[in-house]
Design a protein around this ligand. Structure first.
Ligand code: BGC
Length: 425
């Protein structure tokens, strides 16, 4: 402990006790430096809450925010590890968790997990991701749903359009919206956001195809007629976007829908956080529904943010990892963070009718349960939850090229998708 500090120590103990966390204040001074992708807006605001809770519990909080999307964070992680400077804590997802665990560089969280009873409370859908070989490697912060569609209330009302439920209904609505001089789809082009849209298209058209192509990287599925049809739908959708998609952020696209400039925005529920922050309201400015599906059920494309800890020699950082893991899994953090992030808790024992969760978030949880019971749940390719980054990167490159270049035919795109993935095998 630093010299200041009987009062500080008392405050620390009180804060830890208030969190219900059983950390003994030992010799080491818990500290961390968490690497993550949340550099601005509602995302930076949400992660700042973790920093506040960490400091309130007596830890020293530092963060390294890598702007851009997940790929940038993954690249920075790789170069830091190679340089012998592995981060104490990093936001890491999906199969990358297992991959880094297999290198032996990550810390084992079983002791903390047992002390806090993680096995009893973490959503079962997350377990194989967080415990790739049976031991806890990652602490899950949330569950995000990727296949949301936000509709402009003003446009729906003005044009007397119902929220489309299938892709045919979606196209018909877009024809009507364009004829009325409005933009149908708000979009900001980037590899991950183009792929987010395509996640919803492939899944909504054919969930089996989604599983084979995007979860298993099956080359025949990637090259199949179903994939050609999905690219044809995406081509149509690019035609429903305006000319300004390049260089537009997802937050700007969200605003276009909330303010009635564009009718639909296909994006994950981090949108809810950003909309709340900007003061837009559900059922007044927008409605949230699942993106269209042609198979008539409840669908859920799952994404989850989680934190992995790399082995450290400095006892302060080691102690800091335990404290961070405990805070992340505390019910208090799971409420505070997820209310601010637009997501739903990774713990199943949190009551979403309390604590400030919105109706969209509550619906997210209901739809998750329905999707699990209907057997329709998939993980998101666009958000690193299925195939390794090398395959995801190859897929995203083809998808984003297709959005950018309308001379590429759907048949060519499906072949390119399969070829690009095959090259990485
Ligand atoms: C992350 C979210 C983030 C979103 C947009 C997703 O891949 O899981 O936490 O808000 O990307 O940046």
């Amino acid at each position: 402990m630093k010299a200041t500090s009987k009062t500080q120590l008392r405050a620390t103990c009180a804060a830890i006790a208030a969190l219900g966390i059983g950390v003994s204040v030992a010799q080491a001074e818990p500290k961390t430096n968490m690497m993550h992708q949340w550099a601005q807006g509602s995302e930076a605001a949400a992660i700042a809450l973790l920093g506040e809770m960490y400091e309130a519990a007596g830890g020293i909080w530092e963060q390294t925010a890598i702007s851009g999307h997940t790929s940038n964070t993954l690249a920075k992680l790789r170069s830091d590890v190679v340089a012998g400077n592995a981060p104490a804590a990093v936001q890491l997802k999906g199969p990358e968790i297992a991959e880094w665990n297999a290198t032996g560089a990550t810390a084992n969280l079983d002791e903390t997990a047992a002390a806090q009873g993680w096995d009893d409370v973490v959503a079962p859908e997350l377990l194989t991701v967080m415990k790739p070989t049976g031991s806890w490697v990652a602490a899950p912060m949330n569950i995000h749903r990727v296949n949301w569609m936000y509709s402009s209330k003003a446009i729906l009302d003005d044009l007397g359009i119902d929220v489309p439920k299938t892709w045919a209904e979606f196209n018909a609505a877009c024809d009507k919206i364009q004829a009325a001089g409005k933009i149908c789809i708000a979009h900001g082009a980037a590899d991950w956001s183009d792929s987010t849209t395509f996640d919803s298209v492939v899944y909504g058209m054919d969930q089996e195809l989604y599983r084979k192509a995007f979860q298993e990287a099956d080359l025949d599925a990637l090259r199949s007629d179903g994939m050609v049809a999905a690219f044809a739908q995406l081509r149509k959708m690019v035609g429903y976007m305006d000319d300004g998609i390049n260089g537009r952020s997802w937050e700007q696209s969200m605003t276009m829908t909330m303010t009635g400039e564009a009718a639909f925005f296909l994006m994950g529920d981090w949108t809810v956080a950003s909309a709340n922050m900007a003061g837009f309201k559900e059922d007044v400015d927008y409605v949230c529904t699942q993106s269209p599906v042609d198979w008539g059920g409840n669908g859920f494309i799952l994404n989850s943010d989680s934190v992995v800890f790399f082995k450290q020699n400095d006892p302060d950082y080691v102690e800091g990892q335990k404290l961070l893991a405990e805070i992340i899994m505390s019910p208090e953090f799971q409420v505070t963070f997820n209310v601010a992030k637009g997501s739903i808790p990774a713990r199943t024992d949190v009551d979403l009718s309390e604590g400030g969760f919105t109706k969209c978030q509550q619906k997210g949880l209901e739809d998750l349960k329905a999707s699990v019971s209907e057997g329709t749940l998939v993980r998101s390719m666009a958000h690193n939850m299925t195939v390794l980054q090398k395959y995801r990167g190859a897929m995203m490159e083809v998808i984003t090229e297709f959005v950018a270049d309308d001379s590429i035919s759907p048949e060519e795109a499906a072949n390119q998708l399969a070829d690009a993935v095959e090259l990485q095998m």
